[in-house]
Design a protein around this ligand. Structure first.
Ligand SMILES: Cc1cc2nc3c(=O)[nH]c(=O)nc-3n(C[C@H](O)[C@H](O)[C@H](O)COP(=O)(O)OP(=O)(O)OC[C@H]3O[C@@H](n4cnc5c(N)ncnc54)[C@H](O)[C@@H]3O)c2cc1C
Length: 319
């Protein structure tokens, strides 16, 4: 109950444009930005990624903030930022790993041009990563259920064209079992998340228990012997330590070496768990957002745990 009230209050704070503008310009809130967001520019994002890897062995997926954009100007800005960050990563020794939402690059503005833009970004990632080991990909994020089919088809066409892509699938959707099966057979890299959206019971599981059960079931498929034979790469993207433990057990049972899969978590969320996994010898990546429009993203993260209230209060009251 407390969790739900807290979360809806924080979501309400994410919306008003006037509040966003003020808060983003306010120095006192920079502690919030620093916790969940790596900076406002691609240079800052990449610098944070380099520091995380050098200090703690944490990998990064760079993500320029701004989803569901509805103007051609914002689409152009987002596309330019994705190319820019891939090129900056090329100048480091890090993996070139860039996350992209279809609605960032025109799904709501001119869907007919999304594939061309995605192709170009993936080609920049490929060029930036030439000869580099590791998971160098354009990771396609998954949005609400109305775009899932189009997003999977986009991934599949880019993969068939030989471009370095990976796909996010959501455990809360009933269709994911079939979708995952196809990706296992294709030897894809799939990031499994619970899903940040809701949908009707006809197409989605509802409630934490059902979604966790679906997640565990899908993890078994991701870590099956068949998946290994096909060269599938599992990415377990959850902060739920029990689900992570489930994945570790499935990996051990089926003989998956620790460097054949990874965990992915969000920057600033349960980082002690991320460090614990590194200490245990696993690969861990942090989804590392950057961009000038950081408030809606940061306040949603704060809303995910009432325990983050202290962080918000400290930021609002100043040092
Ligand atoms: C790398 C990554 C990429 C993602 N990409 C997508 C995507 O493309 N599409 C999509 O729909 N969803 C995406 N998500 C979001 C995902 O679907 C879930 O909404 C989100 O991860 C929360 O679920 P959880 O599995 O972490 O479990 P939860 O049950 O939410 O959390 C597990 C534990 O972590 C703690 N925790 C969680 N969040 C916080 C926080 N902010 N602060 C403090 N503690 C916290 C909880 O209190 C709980 O103890 C992504 C998530 C990750 C990690």
């Amino acid at each position: 109950m407390l969790q739900r009230v807290w979360q809806s209050t924080m979501i309400a704070l994410a919306r008003p444009a006037w509040l966003r503008t003020r808060i983003q310009a306010w120095r006192a809130t920079s502690a919030l930005a620093t916790r969940f967001v790596a900076g406002t520019t691609a240079e800052e994002g990449v610098a944070r990624a380099e520091a995380m890897f050098a200090r703690e062995g944490l990998r990064a997926s760079l993500y320029y903030l701004g989803e569901y954009v509805d103007t051609p100007e914002r689409v152009a800005e987002n596309v330019a930022a994705k190319h820019a960050v891939a090129r900056l990563l090329a100048a480091t020794s890090l993996e070139v790993h860039v996350s992209v939402d279809p609605t960032q690059i025109g799904q709501c503005v001119d869907p007919g041009n999304v594939e061309g833009r995605a192709q170009a970004i993936a080609a920049t990632v490929a060029g930036a990563a030439t000869g580099r080991p590791g998971l160098n990909v354009m990771m396609i994020d998954m949005e609400d259920d109305t775009v899932v089919g189009a997003t999977i088809a986009l991934h599949d066409r880019l993969k068939a064209a030989g471009l370095p892509v990976a796909l996010t699938l959501q455990a809360y959707l009933r269709r994911t079992e079939k979708d995952l099966d196809a990706q296992v057979r294709a030897g894809s890299a799939v990031r499994l998340v619970k899903g940040a959206f809701v949908a009707g019971r006809a197409i989605a599981f509802a409630g934490g228990g059902e979604i966790k059960a679906a997640y565990r079931h899908l993890v078994e498929r991701m870590f099956s012997s068949e998946a290994r034979e096909h060269g599938f790469y599992p990415i377990v993207a959850t902060h739920d330590d029990r689900l992570q433990d489930h994945a570790i057990a499935a990996a051990e049972r089926n003989g998956w070496p620790k460097d054949a899969f990874e965990f992915e978590m969000l920057l600033g969320v349960r980082e002690s768990l991320a460090r614990q996994r590194i200490a245990e010898g696993f690969r861990v990546r942090l989804y590392t957002p950057f961009g000038r429009d950081w408030w809606p993203y940061a306040i949603r993260r704060i809303g995910e745990s009432p325990g983050n209230g202290r962080l918000l209060a400290r930021a609002m009251l100043g040092p």
